[in-house]
Design a protein around this ligand. Structure first.
Ligand SMILES: C[S@@+](CC[C@H](N)C(=O)[O-])C[C@H]1O[C@@H](n2cnc3c(N)ncnc32)[C@H](O)[C@@H]1O
Length: 207
């Protein structure tokens, strides 16, 4: 069965996300800047990279390898064309992360922003157990009395996502990552218009 994300055009996704009363693309961009610069790592994997929001903060002189993973091949093609400057370090891979037999590349930092909602905590844990990054930095969305998709002229395009979307419970995420030896080192809230909130949580592998 086709994943609903493969039927959503990148322009519908990005135009929706950057509307003034949604502001999620801009907020994720700022968060990515911080996620990329906060840790002295040479290898990064970005899960659910879409069109590469935030890739402008990658420095090919500092970052040896950056993997971008997404199920939507068309997003990856656009992403590649947007960042020719990263040709030496950026490797884009079309992978369905629901396939737990897929082996992710090894890297020190894994970024997963607004992705866990679509693969679930259990699947994330299976991938993390296999790849064992030093740091996992993720953003989850909290909807305060609201639908997970904000109202907009583009919202029709996201209709089918409700079949795969689940709210991520912060406590469950923290508890599950604890079972594989990760502890919370950063927690930040970002209030958004429309009674929504992003929660960024970074986890560090305990020795
Ligand atoms: C809400 S978007 C997040 C995009 C991005 N992180 C950002 O900052 O804008 C979710 C992304 O995850 C991808 N995705 C969803 N399910 C996936 C799966 N099973 N395997 C790989 N990628 C998936 C979608 O194609 C989409 O690009």
């Amino acid at each position: 069965m086709t994943n609903p994300w493969e039927k959503i055009s990148l322009s519908d996704y990005e135009e929706h996300m950057k509307l003034q009363d949604i502001m999620q693309l801009q907020t994720l961009n700022k968060i990515m800047q911080n996620q990329i610069n906060q840790y002295p790592v040479k290898t990064i994997t970005i899960l659910g990279i879409a069109g590469g929001n935030g890739l402008e903060y990658i420095n090919p002189e500092k970052h040896d390898k950056v993997y971008g993973i997404d199920i939507n091949k068309a997003y990856l093609e656009i992403c590649k064309n947007r960042f020719p400057i990263l040709a030496s370090c950026l490797e884009l891979k079309a992978i369905d992360l629901m396939d737990i037999n897929t082996k992710l590349p090894k890297s020190e930092l894994i970024i997963a922003n607004l992705l866990i909602e679509y693969i679930g905590v259990e699947t994330l844990i299976k991938h993390m157990k296999q790849t064992l990054p030093k740091v996992i930095s993720c953003v989850i969305q909290k909807n305060i009395d609201q639908e997970f998709v904000s109202s907009s002229p583009y919202q029709q395009a996201f209709q089918d996502l409700s079949s795969i979307h689940t709210d991520v419970h912060e406590e469950l995420l923290v508890e599950c990552l604890k079972t594989i030896n990760y502890k919370v080192i950063v927690r930040k809230e970002y209030l958004l218009p429309n009674k929504k909130m992003f929660i960024r949580i970074d986890f560090k592998m305990m020795r």
